[in-house]
Design a protein around this ligand. Sequence first.
Ligand SMILES: [Mg+2]
Length: 214
Amino acid sequence: MSAYGNALRSLVFDLDGTLYTCKKLGEQIEEAAVYLVATSRGLSMEQGRRVLHDARTLLADTPDDLPPLSRTCQELGLDLRDFIRALEEKVYPERFLKPDPNLGALLRFLQERYDLYIYTNNGFFLAGRILALLGVDDCFRQIYSLEFAWRPKPDAEALQLLLADIGGLPESFLFVGDRYHVDLREPEKLGIPVFPVHAVDDLLRLPSLLGITS
Ligand SMILES: [Mg+2]
């Protein structure tokens, strides 16, 4: 028996922190954002870091719920296209990531029964590189990256566009993510089931929750 009902058809995964965790890659992504803030404002890296940090703190709902870097850069008046370009130029996932056979086996198992999607605040190119390095780039029907709506998560309007693009009733979706306020709060408001991931191993519980243990 599935904990999510029998209508489930589409599993929508966040990428960073959900399908993999890598502190160094996270730091490199943050440094790319710092670089963008610094160069666009004529600041040193140290000053740029402070501007970004202060903006994230100011925009946070609570001290634990820092907004995504993409949204913070947007709030600082930066163009999301420049954010994506900074990621492409400054982030090297090849240095940190390798194929994850457990993740691959899990996703291929799920893929036989559901349509799998990625919904990420990463750019399309970097997201594709990360998925390829993890060895799971063939598992997803579609990658909804920042370019899809140019509105970083959490965003009700972008979410509606994504749901309409995939199609189906709220109960046909399951959203999976590591940051509740970024990945799961908006879908949950619409009555969509959600699955919070605290560590990548949590994903391995999905088959039994879905009632499809082999
Ligand atoms: Mg995440």
